[in-house]
Design a protein around this ligand. Sequence first.
Ligand code: SAM
Length: 275
Amino acid sequence: MLGELYLVATPIGNLEDITLRAIKILSQVDIIAAEDTRHTLQLLNHLDIKKPLISYYKETERVKADIIINKLKEGKNIAIVSDAGTPAISDPGEEIVKRCIEENVKIIPIPGACAFINALICSGFSTREFLFIGFLSANKKDRKDKLEEIKKENRTLIFYEAPHKIHATLESMQQVLGDRRVVLAKELTKIHEEYIRGNISEILEKEQEIKGEIVILVQGAEKSNDEKDFLNSMSLEEHYKYYLNQNMEKKEIIKKIAKDRNTNKNEIYQYFINY
Ligand code: SAM
């Protein structure tokens, strides 16, 4: 019988952020495949779990996937963990999942911490729709090309970044996206957790050296005049339905219509009072 593959989320800082189910699964599987076995060993020691570990990191994902698949075929149950958070989110995992689907191996997620979701919910930006980009390229030109591609995106943009590259990334963002509102969600779940909010220029000026793990959230682009003209060419009812079709609630729709039409929210509210 084939074994099962578990994708187990682990803490992103605070060791208490591990679920009871994650502890149970890590205790029950035959093997744990870890991004960095030394790092995972610390967590397992903390949880008093002893299991055979194999390393599974980005650069060896394909080769290691073969080894893992063979073990699953032998009937072994395997848990994949990354250094922090949810496997396969800017971390190894995608390759083995694809292989398991090909080989009909059952894949089971064990939910838990994920840095960008927690950064987003505390950002104050729209959580209704967002675009997770993860890491931008370290190459300046490639980084700017990617930013150009998403420049007109109205949804909240979410990036991961290594601490020593944050300044360069914010500079590229300012050059391509303009001086947008951003939130730096720093050291989530740790003692020095902090949210730095402001325009990119303010943050670049204020924060000379930004240290620690950071998620960068950028407010989506304002609607272009073309889009505004398109929305304003509709009747109020059509405009309302346009947002209703995006699953928005009445209060938010009214706010958006008022903003698009540059008019008072109460006037729109009165119009739709019986809607
Ligand atoms: N798989 C992880 C997840 O579920 O969030 C992400 C791993 S990715 C290699 C590491 C990046 O996630 C960091 O560079 C940082 O941008 C973000 N990150 C991870 N832990 C964080 C934390 N405690 N606070 C802020 N950002 C964090």
